[in-house]
Design a protein around this ligand. Structure first.
Ligand code: PGA
Length: 249
């Protein structure tokens, strides 16, 4: 059985005042069978970890090198030291804004693992690729290129996030989400064997909110969600956690 995961990505949002939202999320996070994760900006990781209770804390990126002359960057070891247990890697905003390639994401993933962090590796097609029916080709290439050979169900989570669904209010149909998640599952089983392939959790991300969470969580091979905007406020995120808990029944 894969433990379901409700993950929040705060992106470049949040100051110390936002920790009150995390405390409210933490107050309910232990009530159900799902795991809950919040990835605040790096400046808040240490303080967030102190009030997170049962909520895991993650970074949103790490550098591919372990240390050195990389002004402004943050290493996997630093995230771990600050209290993180996860790191998001290869988010489409990193791929687009910072030109991150699959090969770079793979190197970062190895670095995260060597620091003892679990990696949430993001894949997803652009609107143009979706409209040209290239989704599965793109996802297959990103999976092959971004995930190192040492993946296990313990150190890896894959998030499918269609770029055109992020922050737009647009969401693929549940059939489309199911088709992509089934494809990702099959690719992982083919590459890593059935045991590992079946144990890696697959999250859907892109405009998940309370109103669409239940149907998404009942979709084939969806083990949870990576949530941006609707994770910033407890009032929005808690119902998503509850929908995920209910999907276990
Ligand atoms: P969104 O972002 O929920 O605001 O669409 C999801 C993400 O980018 O992880």
């Amino acid at each position: 059985m894969r433990t379901k995961l409700a993950a929040g990505n705060w992106k470049m949002n949040g100051t110390r005042a936002s920790l009150e939202q995390l405390e409210r999320i933490a107050a309910v996070a232990g009530n159900g069978p799902s795991e809950v994760l919040i990835c605040p900006p790096a400046t808040l990781i240490h303080a967030a970890a102190e009030v997170a209770g049962p909520v895991g804390i993650g970074g949103q990126d790490c550098h591919a090198a372990g240390s050195g002359a990389h002004t402004g960057d943050i290493s996997a070891e630093m995230l771990k030291d600050a209290g993180a247990s996860y790191v998001i890697l290869g988010h489409s905003e990193r791929r687009a804004d910072h030109g991150e390639s699959d090969a770079l994401v793979r190197t970062k993933c190895r670095m995260a693992w060597s620091a003892g962090l679990k990696a949430v590796v993001c894949v997803g097609e652009t609107l143009e690729q979706y409209e040209h029916s290239n989704t599965l080709d793109i996802i297959g290439g990103q999976l092959a290129g971004s995930i190192p050979d040492e993946a296990t169900g313990h150190n890896l989570v894959v998030a499918y996030e269609p770029v055109w669904a992020i922050g737009t209010g647009k969401v693929p149909t549940v059939n489309e989400i199911g088709d992509v998640h089934d494809f990702i599952r099959a690719r992982l089983e083919r590459r890593f064997g059935a045991g590992v392939g079946r144990s890696v959790r697959l999250l859907y991300g892109g405009s998940v909110k309370a109103s669409n969470a239940t149907e998404i969580f009942h979709t084939s091979n969806v083990d949870g969600a990576l949530v941006g905007g609707a994770s910033l406020k407890a009032d929005d995120f808690v119902p998503i956690i509850e929908a995920l808990n209910a999907s276990n029944d």
